[in-house]
Design a protein around this ligand. Structure first.
Ligand SMILES: NC(=O)N[C@@H](CC(=O)O)C(=O)O
Ligand SMILES: [Zn+2]
Ligand SMILES: [Zn+2]
Length: 345
């Protein structure tokens, strides 16, 4: 069986920099035409000039003959200048601004502690129609890590949206039924990305029978009922839900250790995984909307002209356990069962 789709985009991607960038970029560019590039480098991509430099480094790292458009973002800090953001937007340099609550995830130390301090930037963004992407978890020490997304919705997101009418928002890598329900029911311009791995695993996969560091990411995978809600949203055809892989490479050294980094690297086999999920759900006809159409519509862009074709075989399709990068080996997401789909060249 074959399935042809508009060429997909990845609306949440970490490419890092230097040797890691060189190693992981082809894995995404092989299947995806565009991606929203996360700005959580060290130091982060804060000003328009930083985004310009980073975009150049990405394009220089792209192997000859591959086509790929990085859609750049700025990392919101309490010092971000609304005018710098507006200029970067007017120059066509950035597609969104990314909000990390300080301390919520990998390289988020320069993020926002006091939301009043970014009010001016958010108002400017609402005025010029520039979307805000955010990592939606509170960092309050007393709040259980499995509850941090749901508490963020009630205590940060909803008040922030009410205080900034017209702000276009993307809730990144949603992991709960609470988020699905909020995004489904909210007024105004709102969308949510869902990762490949949150559709395929829940916390039992990470913790039963041994701890699997390559399944550890943030927001952490939740119980099976939340996974089911994410699957239902992904196959619903609701244009508010679309693919953001959150493919987030860390070297094996940094994952397989007593205090491992958060992040799942899934760029290479994401499309095979998604075909598996949508087939399992009897919803292969909804995959194109999720991976290729809803994201561009949310960001006000045209879908890609090109296509990719997926092919199903009865025999499992092999894929590498890890990729070698100049920064070290990076383990690829393994859903824990065979995959039968491949993207044809
Ligand atoms: N998702 C993750 O677990 N990690 C991401 C950061 C993020 O997207 O929160 C990373 O940069 O490694
Ligand atoms: Zn995040
Ligand atoms: Zn991410």
């Amino acid at each position: 069986m074959r399935l042809t789709l508009r060429r997909p985009d990845d609306w949440h991607l970490h490419l890092r920099d230097g040797a890691m960038l060189k190693g992981v970029l082809p894995e995404t560019a092989r299947h995806f035409a565009r991606a929203i590039i996360m700005p959580n480098l060290v130091p982060p991509v804060v000003r328009g000039a930083d985004a310009l430099g980073y975009r150049d480094r990405i394009l220089s790292a792209l192997p000859k003959g591959m086509a790929f458009t990085p859609l750049m973002t700025l990392y919101l800090t309490e010092e971000t200048d609304p005018e710098d953001v507006a200029t970067a937007h007017a120059d066509g340099l950035i597609t969104a601004v990314k909000l990390y609550p300080a301390g919520a995830t990998t390289n988020s130390a320069s993020g926002v502690r006091d939301f009043d301090k970014v009010r001016g930037v958010l108002e400017k963004m609402a005025e010029i129609g520039l979307p805000l992407c955010f990592h939606g978890e509170v960092t309050t020490p007393e709040v259980d890590i499995f509850d941090r997304e749901a508490v963020f919705i009630d205590t940060v997101l909803d008040p922030l949206r009410r205080a900034t009418p017209g702000l276009r928002v993307t809730m990144e890598h949603i992991t709960t039924k609470d988020a699905v329900d909020y995004v489904t029911g909210a007024d105004g311009h709102i969308g949510a990305t869902i990762t490949t791995h949150h559709l395929m695993i829940n916390r039992n996969h990470m913790l039963v029978g041994g701890i699997r560091p390559h399944y550890y990411c943030l927001p952490v995978v939740k119980r099976a009922s939340h996974q089911a809600a994410l699957r239902a949203a992904a196959i619903s055809g609701n244009p508010r839900f679309f693919l953001g892989t959150d493919s987030a490479p860390h070297t094996d050294d940094n994952k397989e250790t007593s205090c491992g980094c958060a992040g799942v690297f899934s760029a290479s086999n994401t499309m095979a995984c998604l075909a598996h999920v949508f087939e399992e759900e009897g919803a292969l006809d909804k995959l194109e909307g999720f991976a290729s159409l809803h994201g561009p519509a949310h960001y006000g862009l045209e879908p890609n002209e090109g296509t990719i074709t997926l092919e199903r075989s009865d025999d499992p399709v092999p894929y590498p356990a890890k990729i070698e990068t100049g920064a070290g080996p990076v383990t690829l997401f393994d859903p824990g069962h065979p995959l039968h789909w491949r993207v044809l060249d």
